[in-house]
Design a protein around this ligand. Structure first.
Ligand code: M7G
Length: 320
């Protein structure tokens, strides 16, 4: 099982390489366009193309993010900076350009390769529209759409079958019906706890999303809540009271999973129209076993998402 940052301490080990595949040829990526960038997140989402030996072009998405500071590295940064350029000085105020040595200027690079059109759309900056989906809308519009479109969840099966990320598993309950695997999320480099992010993937393969949940799933959900919290506290020293534990609706991947993020971290996807707290989900199912087959659910869709078009065609949303 994986080690992460020990409580309040940086993890020193490098990540184990994910299998025998050759490293991604970063140096030969042709930049196609910037899909989105964010000054606040210090991140750029890039559409690139890799040119193969026969000249064929394959799409890739690269997410480049400046990593958060680690307290114990700050002194080293001040001591070993390679250059300091004054930008301006006024009275007691001054700003500088500080150039760190390479070992202290890490950038987290996430690669999706080969990337599908859906990946490119996912990261492209676009207008969004709110949908209010009734149960009938789900059955008549969303479900047929999901079934026709499935976004590959091979990565989920690889984790469940220990074909990928096996050394990163933080906790597993192996029960085929009420069990799950807890792993660090792709978005977390595990170097600091400020942006802690783990994901629990259920073993059973017949639950797509929140919409499928009934009282039958309560033991599974309680296991995730209880054991997930305990495992994170034990491994990372973060108490359950500082964890935000939630499901997305709509998710990107239709295999039920639960997000665990640090309460102080403004993680992507924690907005009111997307995140459903696991404890609220459990309470709702206790109140009514069919709660999620009865109530309307709100979510946002990007302007060019095919599902938005389906809701428009059905006269269920007006985007003009
Ligand atoms: P989601 O709610 O389906 O979609 O969450 P989102 O990506 O729009 O939030 C899926 C979660 O799984 C996200 O937090 C992803 O960062 C994470 N994730 C996606 N992939 C492809 C992987 C992966 O290969 N490994 C791990 N550990 N996490 C992943």
């Amino acid at each position: 099982m994986a080690d992460g940052p020990a409580p309040k301490r940086r993890r020193e080990e490098a990540e184990a390489a994910p299998g025998p595949a050759a490293p991604f040829p970063l140096g030969s990526v042709r930049l196609r366009r910037l899909l989105r960038d964010s000054a606040r997140e210090k991140a750029a989402f890039v559409h690139g193309q890799v040119v193969g030996p026969a000249g064929e072009e394959t799409d890739a998405v690269l997410i480049l993010e400046k990593t958060p500071f680690q307290e114990e590295k700050i002194e080293e940064l001040l001591r070993t900076h390679t250059r300091l350029e004054l930008q301006m000085r006024n009275d007691i105020y001054s700003t500088y350009r500080l150039y760190p040595p390479p070992a202290l200027s890490e950038i987290k690079a996430t690669v999706v390769y080969p990337a599908t059109e859906k990946h490119l759309q996912k990261y492209l900056r676009q207008e969004v529209h709110l949908i209010r989906e009734t149960w009938e809308d789900y059955k008549n519009i969303t479900l047929p759409f999901i079934q026709s479109q499935s976004f590959s969840i091979q990565w989920v099966y690889n984790i469940l079958e220990k074909k990928a990320e096996a050394d990163r598993i933080v906790h597993e309950n192996p029960d085929p019906c009420n069990g799950f695997v807890l792993v660090p999320d792709l978005k977390w480099n595990q170097n600091q706890l400020e942006d802690l992010y783990l994901i629990a993937l259920i073993h059973r393969r017949d639950v797509k999303s929140l919409r499928d949940l009934t009282a039958e799933h309560l033991p599974l959900l309680r296991n995730i809540l209880q054991e997930g919290k305990e495992a994170i506290t034990k491994r990372f020293g973060v108490p359950g009271s500082q964890l935000r534990i939630y499901l997305h609706y709509q998710p990107s991947y239709y295999h039920l999973h639960v997000h665990f993020t640090a309460l102080g971290y403004d993680a992507p996807g924690i907005s009111a129209e997307r995140a459903h707290l696991l404890e609220d989900v459990i309470d709702n199912l206790l109140l009514d076993a069919q709660y999620y087959q009865k109530r309307a659910l709100t979510f946002a869709l990007r302007a060019d998402e095919p599902l938005l078009k389906k809701f428009q065609e059905a006269g269920r949303v007006n985007v003009s």
